[in-house]
Design a protein around this ligand. Structure first.
Ligand code: FAD
Length: 286
């Protein structure tokens, strides 16, 4: 069975110290030969300069492709077009295209209210220059009108030109498999337009609960209860988290998942440990 491809996601650091640390994290994770690194972007341009800074530095630092995230909510078309041109000038040819969430206090959805509009706009503006990945929700986006509406929205993003979709994190392998089957039933060819599994390593209980609440990801009871029992015991959380996520990844690999995108949280160890123990690193490098 062929091993899935893998990639890592970073978020731009807020401080100079954090930025330097992130460059070190990049160097370590880059040794594992990931397919690409993605960098998040705050909707409404809230991290614009920080995202651009780290994207430029990563492009200059190595040859591994960098995929900036780009959001559309609250933006005008000319702002998005400007960013696309800038990325092209940096030699970037892949993007993660999202709607984003408006920063609190900001109103107005802008000229491109949904990710579907953004995918269409990128294709109109830049043709096939960019490999576009969009977001997918195995457990439904929290604001979706219904589960089926959300699936249709994803189908429409694929049909508008998305090359692949990356899922929100999940710990129920069946939710991923259900979504994959639902997409196939709706005519999406998973070989040419794959569904990439978004994997969140577990290292910190309270942060995980907060993320899960905000994005509508389900933390199964057997995980929640054990994390609660561990309290502040970080070693126990780390070891349990590793076991749970490793099992999830193994199941996904056995089900033929084409690729895994690790929400790295800008950390080396939990990601490196998972990728190595799953045997994803090319043999020449081991
Ligand atoms: P969409 O696909 O537009 O969907 C958003 C919601 O609108 C869904 O509920 C959908 O069902 C609904 N919808 C779609 N069309 C319509 C319509 N016509 N009428 C009514 N409802 C509709 N956020 C960031 O700010 N920056 C990032 O860098 C970032 N990276 C991410 C990476 C990944 C892999 C994932 C999974 C999420 C990421 N997010 C990021 C979070 C994402 O921006 C939010 O989940 C956001 O709320 C939705 O974005 P989307 O692209 O899925 O939007």
């Amino acid at each position: 069975m062929s091993k899935p491809a893998f990639s890592f996601e970073f978020f731009p650091a807020k401080s100079e110290v954090g930025h330097e640390k992130l460059l070190g994290t990049y160097d370590e994770l880059n040794k594992l030969a990931p397919g690409y690194f993605s960098v998040t972007y705050g909707a409404g341009g809230s991290t614009r300069s920080r995202t651009l800074k780290i994207v430029k530095e990563l492009c200059a630092r190595g040859t591994t492709p960098v995929a900036p995230h780009i959001s559309c909510i609250g933006d005008d078309k000319h702002e998005v077009a400007e960013l696309l041109e800038l990325y092209k000038s940096l030699g970037i040819d892949r993007l993660v295209a999202l709607r984003g969430d408006l920063p609190s206090g900001q109103v107005g959805m802008g000229q491109l209210p949904f990710a579907l509009d953004l995918v269409k706009f990128i294709r109109e503006h830049s043709g096939d220059h960019f490999h576009i990945e969009v977001a997918a929700y195995p457990e439904m986006h929290p604001q979706a009108k219904s589960f089926l509406f959300d699936i249709e929205n994803l189908v429409n993003k694929y049909k508008a030109g998305a090359n692949a979709a990356i899922t929100q994190f999940f710990y129920n392998a069946d939710s991923y498999l259900y979504l994959r089957d639902a997409l196939e039933q709706r005519g999406i060819d998973m070989d040419t337009q794959p569904l990439v599994a978004g994997i969140m390593p577990i290292t910190n209980s309270s942060n995980l609960m907060r993320f899960a609440d905000s994005c509508g990801a389900d933390i199964p009871r057997y995980i929640r209860k054990q994390l609660a029992d561990f309290g502040d015991d970080r070693t126990a959380i780390r070891e349990f988290g590793f076991e749970v996520v490793h099992r999830l990844c193994e199941r996904l690999i056995s089900e033929g998942v084409p690729a895994m995108h690790f929400y790295s949280m800008n950390k080396v160890n939990p990601n490196k440990r998972l990728v190595e123990s799953l045997g994803l690193v090319p043999e020449l490098l081991v």
